[in-house]
Write a protein that binds this ligand. Structure first.
Ligand code: KIV
Length: 266
C-alpha cells in the first residue's frame, strides 16, 4: 500500500471516498490491518480496557501508549499511525508537547486528544511544533466521570450547538481531523459538512468521511459479552482475521456500514 499521509486523507474527503480506521496495539494485528487495506491505525487508549482489563481508559499512561506505538510501528506497512494522548497527559500545553514528543518519536504520525474549544491553544502549539492533531468530540471516554457514564452526546440543543462550535473552533486552531463518538447521525452529518478537515465517526452514522472501530469489537470479542449498538462483528462468515478487516474496509467504502441500526437519533 502506498504510504497514507494527511494529504491522502484530505484528498479522500475532497473526492468523497470514505476511509477506514481500526485500532491496533501490536505488530501482528497491524500487519493484518495493512494487508486488508486500512488507511489509519489508531493506537487507542481503549487498550486500557481491551488489553489491560481496566473498567475505563483512565489508568493508561504515556509509557503504555509509547510501548504499543512502537509495536504498531514495527508491523506497519504504509498506514497512518494515530496515537491517543492518554488521560492527564495534556492537561497543560507543556505536558501536551512533552507527551506528544514521546509518542511521535515512538512512531506516531499524529496524536488524538479528547475535548473541545478549551484545547484550541494546545492544538495550535502542537501543530506549530510538527505534531498533527485529531480532536475527539462527543462521547469522550476520558471524561466518563464528568459525563456520568458512556452516553450519547449532543441530543439536547445546547449540547449540539456546543459541538458544532467546538468543531469549527478546533479546525480553525489547526486540527488536522476530527473524531465524533456517539453523537446523533444527523448532527454528525451536519458537522462533517461544516468543516474541510476529515471527520471520523464511531456511533455517529454513515455520513462522516471515515469510520473507526475497536479491533476487538470488529472481531466479535467483548469482555462483558455485550457490544455497543454501533458495533458489527465482521468475522462472521469470514475465514480469517485479515478477511474480516477487509470486509469492514469494503463496507465502509461502499457505505453499507454503518447502517441506520448502528446510529443514534436526536
Ligand atoms: O481509544 C480508542 O480506541 C478510541 C476509539 C473508540 C475511537 O478512541
Amino acid at each position: 500500500m502506498p504510504e497514507v499521509t494527511l494529504t491522502t486523507l484530505q484528498k479522500l474527503k475532497q473526492s468523497g471516498e470514505k476511509f477506514a480506521v481500526v485500532t491496533s496495539y501490536d505488530a501482528t494485528f497491524t500487519d493484518a490491518a495493512c494487508e486488508a487495506g486500512i488507511e489509519v491505525i489508531l493506537v487507542g487508549d481503549s487498550l486500557g480496557m481491551v488489553l489491560q482489563g481496566h473498567d475505563s481508559t483512565l489508568p493508561v499512561s504515556v509509557d503504555d501508549m509509547t510501548y504499543h506505538t512502537r509495536c504498531v510501528k514495527r508491523g506497519n506497512r504504509g498506514a497512518l499511525i494515530m496515537t491517543d494522548l492518554p488521560f492527564m497527559a495534556y492537561a497543560t500545553v507543556e505536558q501536551a508537547l512533552a507527551s506528544s514528543g514521546q509518542l511521535m518519536q515512538a512512531g506516531a504520525h499524529m496524536v488524538k486528544l479528547e475535548g473541545g474549544h478549551w484545547l484550541c491553544d494546545t492544538v495550535t502549539r502542537l501543530t506549530e511544533r510538527g505534531v498533527p492533531v485529531c480532536a475527539h468530540l462527543g462521547l469522550t471516554p476520558q471524561t466518563v466521570n464528568v459525563l456520568g457514564g458512556y452516553k450519547v452526546q449532543g441530543r439536547q440543543e445546547h449540547q449540539a450547538r456546543q459541538l458544532r462550535a467546538d468543531a469549527i473552533a478546533l479546525e480553525q486552531a489547526g486540527a488536522a481531523c476530527l473524531l465524533l463518538e456517539c453523537v446523533p447521525s444527523e448532527l454528525a452529518a451536519e458537522i462533517t459538512q461544516s468543516v474541510k478537515i476529515p471527520v471520523i465517526g464511531i456511533g455517529a452514522g454513515g455520513s462522516t468521511d471515515a469510520q473507526v472501530l475497536v479491533m476487538h469489537d470488529l472481531l466479535g470479542l467483548s469482555l462483558s459479552g455485550r457490544s455497543p449498538k454501533f458495533v458489527k462483528n465482521f468475522l462472521l462468515g469470514q475465514n480469517s482475521i485479515t478477511d474480516a478487516i477487509a470486509a469492514y474496509v469494503r463496507a465502509v467504502k461502499d457505505g453499507s456500514f454503518p447502517g441506520p441500526e448502528h446510529g443514534f437519533s436526536a
